[in-house]
Design a protein around this ligand. Structure first.
Ligand SMILES: [Zn+2]
Length: 439
């Protein structure tokens, strides 16, 4: 069956106005629309070669089904192929965000979060997944969700029930009793612990196994306290080195990568020595942390855009006092320490922490990475090839190359001279299916 969405894009699409185009292609793909066109050829004015880190001009991309078959100048267009004219645009690999919380509703923080059920988390996730995809993020890693709502969302996207990015998911965050990731809002008489709480070596190993049993692709744990949680501090380490080593070894033995939330320098050092694959945030890292991360090849996903966003919006947010206090401490430290890590060449993967601020603003992280010293090319690589490498999906995504999924986005103009263009993606294709149309 020819879908409305697909057939509308199958002929050379000429839109009268960008506005009309947007309105039309913003129609969500129904399940029967999720099959890609047989053969599509995209004519790209400029194309970002993510591995080489440069723009190349006048390239054609031949897509068969959900995969890219050929890339090059003046490719022969097979008879009956659908053509997409992006000659006036810059074409890039679909963006990748390695730190999202799609099932979290921004604004439902602190005590407001207590009234949100797990099914409601999953439904919010369906909405947020679509918003994230339309912002150009064709793949995300979801690092922390209650009740395995993220597993349900991933599977619903894969089965075509809802539109969204490809996902790797962690399930519940593994944390100590009372740590960042536990729920410290209720008093003792409720006897409530979050589902990811595990104390001691056998318990953390069992929790890794449990998360995998219920569908986790990746393991997330909190090595230090955090910002938006009550009763813990980002300045202190949570797990002992022995617990971290056991947790990471168990995850790796079962074929899962490990992401750790770590702010304090001690927590970063112990987590890196334990072999984590990525440090999330890393705000209070010192020179020794940076050197250790470089030695071990550990990725940094600093998630700094929400900090800039909070600076701008703090007055209207009505944050709990414990958050205000911690944000005030974290913002100045992030600007110094993350900038130093970028300058000294740690490996960087783009992560946004979307969910602690509104979903769909993920492209702002490209801008904030450039603010803190990465070049526009480096920031684009962080959100494409590097993120794919961290996720272990370099053979599938992260670059526009033969054999990879046809996950392709386009913007109007040159993002290497204006990085904010990446916050306004005009065209989104995932697996050969167009979700947002031509400019
Ligand atoms: Zn997070």
């Amino acid at each position: 069956m020819k879908s409305v969405l697909r057939s509308a894009f199958s002929a050379k699409v000429t839109c009268v106005t960008a506005l009309l185009c947007f309105a039309f292609f913003a129609i969500p793909a129904a399940p029967q629309d999720s099959a890609p066109a047989e053969v599509t050829v995209i004519h790209a004015g400029k194309l970002f070669d993510a591995h080489a880190g440069r723009m190349i001009e006048n390239q054609d991309i031949l897509i068969r089904g959900e995969k890219i078959e050929k890339v090059g100048p003046n490719l022969a267009v097979p008879a009956g192929a659908h053509e997409v004219d992006l000659r006036k645009a810059t074409v890039l690999p679909g963006f990748i965000d390695v730190h999202t919380h799609l099932t979290s509703k921004a604004g439902a923080a602190g005590y407001n979060s207590l009234g949100v059920s797990i099914p409601r988390h999953a439904l919010a996730g369906a909405r947020n997944a679509r918003v994230t995809l339309l912002a150009g993020f064709t793949t995300v890693r979801n690092v922390g969700a209650e009740g395995y709502a993220d597993v349900a969302l991933r599977d619903a996207i894969d089965e075509g029930d809802v539109s969204g990015p490809r996902m790797q998911v962690s399930g519940p965050i593994i944390t100590i009793t009372g740590g960042h990731g536990d729920n410290n809002l209720l008093p003792f008489e409720f006897h409530y612990n979050a589902e990811g709480v595990a104390d001691g070596v056998p318990a953390v190993m069992a929790k890794v196994r449990e998360n995998i049993k219920y569908g986790a692709d990746v393991i997330k744990f909190t090595a230090s306290g955090g910002t938006f949680s009550k009763g813990d501090s980002p300045l202190f380490e949570q797990y002992s080195p022995e617990e971290m080593q056991a947790l990471v070894a168990e995850a790796h033995r079962l074929g899962r990568k490990v992401a750790t939330h770590a702010h304090s320098a001690q927590s970063i050092k112990d987590a890196v020595r334990a072999g984590v694959d990525s440090v999330e945030h890393g705000i209070f890292m010192d020179e020794e942390c940076i050197q250790l991360m470089k030695q071990h090849g550990t990725y940094l996903s600093a998630t700094t855009y929400p900090l800039f966003w909070y600076e701008k919006n703090e007055d209207s947010l009505h944050l709990p006092p414990w958050v205000i206090e911690k944000v005030a401490m974290i913002i100045p430290a992030a600007k110094v320490n993350v900038a130093r890590a970028y300058k000294e060449g740690v490996k960087v993967a783009l992560g946004t922490d979307a969910g602690v601020y509104p979903h769909g603003l993920n492209g702002g992280e490209f801008w904030s990475m450039v603010q803190l010293g990465l070049t526009p090319v480096q920031s684009l690589q962080a959100g494409t090839v590097n993120a794919a490498d961290l996720m272990g999906w370099s053979d599938k995504i992260g670059a526009i190359e033969p054999g990879k999924y046809a996950d392709i986005v386009a913007v109007n103009g040159d993002p290497l001279s204006d990085i904010t263009l990446l916050q306004h993606v005009d065209f989104v294709m995932k697996g050969g299916v167009v979700y947002k149309g031509n400019q």
